[in-house]
Design a binder for this molecule. Structure first.
Ligand SMILES: O=C(O)CCC(=O)C(=O)O
Ligand SMILES: [Fe+2]
Length: 376
């Protein structure tokens, strides 16, 4: 869920994009270096299913430490069937192997919220990259059980049902389990903030979810090359699956890139900008990027979990102090995050023609089939 813009090459600073726009951090070495992380903590998440509150609180304490100190952590043993992970990746490889003509039928420009297939050709210093996205769509029967009773007659997702019928089934089989896991995780995050386990539930009745599958193509060079622009995620948290090869890297306080090596079937978790706001900066929306290795294609499967689009995310009373992060409407970042990387999308043309800005986009309206543009 990052934005992609030009990144200057500077030996002393690292530049990246966050919800605040372009930012940079000085590279600190030797006596200037701060105490910061140099690896990604590993947490066994199996006790999320425990009936014992004390066990769930121990898990929550580990999550709080990792989210505060790093903003990224592995979850070993998530309650998600590993065969469904593997089946999803097998279908993903088949999708990207389809002829371009088939993939273009589900191009993001055909979807009113930029879901479906996108392609970015190799540019200077950047490898070729394809993606496929899906998100909330209350017309789809697969989402009936998770949509909080919401219905719509306005389809948003686009699926390659003709060319690869098993793709949608494989993604949804996986999605349903990660969705159920994420809902339970809201309780663990609440405990991690020292709240009642159900204290945050009301903010996730109609959670904003998004899957943006990535394919970073191998390239004719044996060196690492930038594949995804440095950014932080918005939303509450992300559950990412890597397969076969790592490539994700996380920026520490000294602006040193820390690798996130592959742990097969483990989730790579990170907290997003809205959890940073809720915790008033206690939890970090840590900057990350992907570097593509020359000799192998890389596929990744992120699942983004966000607040209800109409929730105004505000620092919790117990974390408020002299300086407080600005509240933000959860659905607001959506338009910027989705369409700033798709300047040719019809939604962007419409926005310009009507004299509107990303700030005027109401994601909740779109989900219910209404005009998403509301000025002011
Ligand atoms: O491909 C990856 O490992 C990371 C993807 C990512 O950071 C994103 O889509 O926001
Ligand atoms: Fe990201």
């Amino acid at each position: 869920m990052g934005s992609e813009f030009a990144i200057p090459d500077d030996p002393d600073r690292v530049f990246f994009y966050s919800s605040q726009g372009r930012e940079s951090r000085p590279i600190l070495r030797g006596k200037d270096a701060k105490t910061t992380f140099d690896s990604i903590p590993v947490i066994d998440v199996s006790s999320i299913m425990s009936d014992n509150l004390e066990e769930r609180k121990r898990l929550a304490a580990a999550v709080d430490r990792a989210a505060s100190e790093v903003g990224f952590f592995y979850f070993d043993n998530p309650p998600v069937d590993t065969r469904k992970m593997d089946t999803a990746f097998a279908a993903i490889k088949k999708l990207f192997a389809l002829p371009s003509k088939e993939k273009m039928k589900v191009h993001v420009n055909n979807s009113p919220n930029g879901k479906g297939y996108a392609f970015r050709a190799q540019e200077e210093g950047h490898i070729t990259n394809e993606s496929f996205g899906m998100g909330n769509d209350y017309t789809e029967p697969e989402q009936a059980a998770t949509s909080g009773g919401m219905t719509s007659t306005f389809p948003l997702n686009r699926w390659p049902d003709e060319a690869l019928p098993e793709f949608r089934a494989a993604i949804y089989e996986y999605w349903k389990e990660v969705h159920a896991f994420s809902r339970r995780l809201v309780g663990i995050f609440a405990l991690a903030l020292g709240l009642d386990e159900h204290a945050l539930d009301h903010m996730f009745q109609e959670p904003l979810t998004d899957v943006t599958i990535q394919h970073y193509c191998k390239h004719p060079s044996d060196s690492y090359k930038p594949a995804l622009t440095p950014h932080s995620d918005y939303g509450a948290f992300t559950c990412l699956l890597q397969t076969e090869v790592g490539g994700l890297e996380v920026l520490n306080a000294n602006a040193i890139w820390v690798p996130v090596p592959l742990r097969e079937h483990a989730f790579v978790m990170n907290t997003g900008s809205h959890f940073e706001i809720l915790s008033n900066g206690r939890w970090k929306a840590t900057v990350h990027r992907v570097s593509g290795r020359g000799d192998i294609d890389r596929y990744s499967l992120p699942f983004f979990w966000g607040f209800d689009p109409t929730t105004v995310v505000t620092p919790l009373e117990k974390f408020r102090g002299e300086t407080n992060l600005e509240p933000e409407l959860a659905g607001r970042e959506f338009a910027k995050g989705t369409f700033s990387t798709k300047p040719d999308h019809p939604v962007v043309a419409e926005m310009k023609a009507r004299g509107l800005e990303f700030e005027d986009y109401c994601y909740a309206n779109l989900l219910h089939g209404k005009d998403p543009w509301v000025k002011g």
